[in-house]
Write a protein that binds this ligand. Structure first.
Ligand code: ADP
Ligand code: MG
Length: 603
């Protein structure tokens, strides 16, 4: 049976947009089972209700057959008493049916939603663990699709498929048995066409699924494009590229429409074919049944019941065939879910990791080499650097020289390819990740602000901070004044990514955030580069206050701001080209002097 499902899935694999390996249906089931396990009792009850409703449904033709046969052969037995009893029986059956259907529709769906919640939580937790390296290559739009619509498909499958397959299976077996018991030759004649119908259904279903999968992929593309255009809406507008974006979007949409048209072409064919075969079988039953009636080979009551059972059986077969689509969707959803779950976070705690205690802030790079990909060239090669606690190190050099990369190794955003980075003499890979990162503050050029209030953003790294502490941090960051003048002060909503604030304001909020965190080691990565002169001056003042008493790595392209640094490193693609104080490097007359005079000329 599972093998059959695998054949169904073969086409999808071709269309798979990811590099992920192919998982067999058996593996998908095995990996999905743990999410289902807690709900097995609910499912059993669900299937029990499904059996009850099925029995109730199958009972009607039995009663009809009984009454019809009485009417024809033993009318006097059809007493008022019997009619009442039959009525009560049928009434009770319908009550049971109603209760069972309610359970299935309510509890069954709730079970599905619970599984969805569990899986989504697991997926999100896993996404939080994945490192910079993973996100450098991931598409957020694609991840979002997986965490929402894909999982919905999974739970629809989880809830409906066992139920539907079970109901339809029971109905098919029972009604086929009854049909055989009623009249063997008629049954054999009628179902001679069934194998042909199944083959046709299979073919159509396959085509439908191909196009269905394609359309899902295209929806993913549309999602990604919407995300890109909207996140970049300010760039779109500033370059007056709205029309081009619309055009691009229209193309994506058109492609989707074309796929959908093909999808519905096959779906229409599928539905029409199954109906045609349906009709054909009914035709056989009708004509042959009449012939049988004529020759007294079947009782009229049996004939009516027979017709009703044929309908039940046909509907069930059709349902199973149709349900293959939902089954496939579910399988695809699980597959896409597992694709992310199988991504291993590459930055994790060592088994014997220790917490950082009383961090002074001494940092060492010992023969550090680093490359982003195994097969890519080295970005950093054999870097050696000692930084005393409380020292202020400035890193300068051409863009792409590896300044950011170097600093990213301290909080383990990436791990070294060889050598080691030490904090207070301990390899950072031996420290607990959470503890390590809580001792390092990073201010970048473009810090992410969450949509929420100013307060919420400043307290991000220390949610337990009091309002007074937050205000104190803002004062140190030079942000208190402008925050107070916002419409709702600290409770002002700053919009998505802080769009309602100026660059300098955003930057001072990020600085307040780090002030509140109060880390002994600080990384300032071009923290003022994006700002105008006035904002830069204000932010620079805040940063100087922030830097006080900490080990600071300052990456700056404005060389005047780093003149006072204890040590200046010139980092080029060939490694550390020069290091020393401003005066030493100027006296040396090397790259730094060149950069410095170039910069002075520009001013
Ligand atoms: P800098 O900060 O000095 O301008 P970076 O450290 O950002 O330079 O980049 C150093 C080199 O590493 C550049 O050539 C850049 O293209 C490359 N690089 C940066 N980030 C990544 C990444 N996530 N994946 C692959 N290469 C990267
Ligand atoms: Mg950089």
């Amino acid at each position: 049976m599972l093998y059959l499902f695998d054949i169904f899935r073969k086409d999808e694999i071709i269309l798979k947009e990811t590099h992920g390996r192919t998982r067999s249906t058996a593996e998908l089931f095995r990996r999905f089972a743990p999410y289902f396990k807690p709900y097995v009792p609910t499912l059993i009850l669900d299937l029990f209700c499904a059996s009850l409703t099925t029995i109730c449904e199958l009972a009607l033709p039995v009663i009809v057959r009984y009454v019809m046969n009485l009417a024809q052969y033993n009318l006097s037995a059809l007493t008022a008493n019997l009619i009442v009893r039959l009525g009560v029986l049928y009434f009770v059956l319908r009550v049971i049916d109603t209760a069972g259907s309610y359970y299935m529709a309510n509890i069954g769906h709730v079970m599905g939603a619970k599984i969805e919640t569990d899986m989504r939580t697991t997926l999100f937790r896993h996404l939080q663990k994945l490192s910079f390296r993973y996100y450098a290559n991931a598409k957020v739009g694609q991840l979002m699709a997986r965490i929402t619509s894909d999982l919905f498909d999974v739970t629809e499958f989880a809830h409906h498929c066992p139920e539907e397959f079970f109901i339809a299976g029971v109905k098919i077996v029972v009604s086929f048995a009854i049909l055989l018991s009623v009249n063997v030759p008629l049954t054999l004649f009628t179902f001679a066409v069934l194998p042909i119908m199944l083959v046709c259904c299979y073919k159509f279903n396959r085509r439908m699924r191909e196009t269905f999968k394609e359309s899902r992929w295209q929806v993913g593309e549309i999602n990604a494009q919407v995300e890109d255009s909207l996140l970049g809406i300010r760039v779109v507008k500033s370059f007056a590229r709205e029309e081009a974006e619309e055009q691009k979007f229209a193309e994506g949409n058109e492609r989707w429409l074309a796929i959908k048209k093909r999808n519905y072409f096959w779906m229409g064919g599928f539905q029409a074919t199954t109906r045609a075969f349906d009709g054909l079988m009914n035709l056989v039953v009708l004509v042959l049944g009449c012939v049988f009636l004529l020759h007294g080979a079947i009782h009229p009551g049996d004939f009516v019941a027979y017709l009703l059972y044929v309908q039940t059986l046909l509907t069930s077969i059709r349902r199973i065939v149709e349900f293959m689509e939902q089954f496939q969707r579910g399988m695809t959803g699980i597959d896409r879910f597992l694709e992310i779950m199988d991504e291993q976070p590459d930055i994790i705690n060592a088994p014997d990791a220790i917490p950082c205690e009383h961090v002074r802030g001494e940092v060492d790079f010992e023969d550090v080499s680093f490359s982003y990909e195994d097969d890519a060239g080295e970005v950093l090669g054999h870097i050696n650097l000692h930084v005393d606690a409380g020292q202020n190190i400035a890193i300068v050099g051409p863009s792409g020289g590896g300044k950011t990369t170097l600093c990213n190794l301290i909080p383990r955003f990436y791990d070294v390819s060889s050598g080691c980075v030490k904090l207070d003499g301990v390899d950072v890979r031996k420290l607990q990740l959470h503890s390590l990162r809580s001792h390092i503050g990073v201010v970048q050029q473009d810090n992410y602000l969450f949509s929420g209030t100013v307060l919420h953003n400043i307290a991000y790294g220390r949610p337990e901070a009091t309002r007074e502490q937050i205000i104190e941090a803002s004062k140190l960051a030079g942000a208190h004044e402008f925050i107070s003048s916002l419409p709702n002060g600290y409770d002002t909503f700053i919009g998505e990514r802080g769009v309602k604030l100026s660059g300098g304001q955003k930057q001072r909020i990020s600085i307040a955030r780090v002030f509140l965190k109060d880390p002994p080691v600080l990384i300032l990565d071009e923290a003022t580069s994006a700002l105008d002169n006035e904002s830069e001056r204000l932010v620079q003042q805040s940063l100087e206050k922030l830097a006080h008493g900490r080990t600071v790595f300052t990456i700056a392209h404005r060389l005047t701001t780093i003149r006072g640094a204890d040590k200046i490193l010139v980092l080029t693609e060939d490694g550390i080209a020069e290091q020393g104080s401003h005066e030493e490097l100027i006296a040396k007359g090397g790259i730094y002097k060149e950069l410095y005079s170039m910069y002075s000329d520009m001013r």
